[in-house]
Design a protein. Sequence first.
Length: 79
Amino acid sequence: MKNKKGQGLSLNTIIIAAIALLVLVVLVMIFTGRMSVFTGGVGSCVNQGGNCDTDSCPTNSIEITAKCDNNKKCCVSRP
């Protein structure tokens, strides 16, 4: 019988390398700030159930740290 030393890469090795490359790309996107493309709307005031007010929040609302335009405050009504 011949000895098969030069078999090459197995399919499992190729799959593991592809998964590792995908994880590396995601980590680079997180650390360079490119994930805001996917999470841009999550942090907005309206998506968190609030309203942007220019004045202080009404007595039945609390202020949260969410994105509002023009230095407005995000107010969410109390449960």
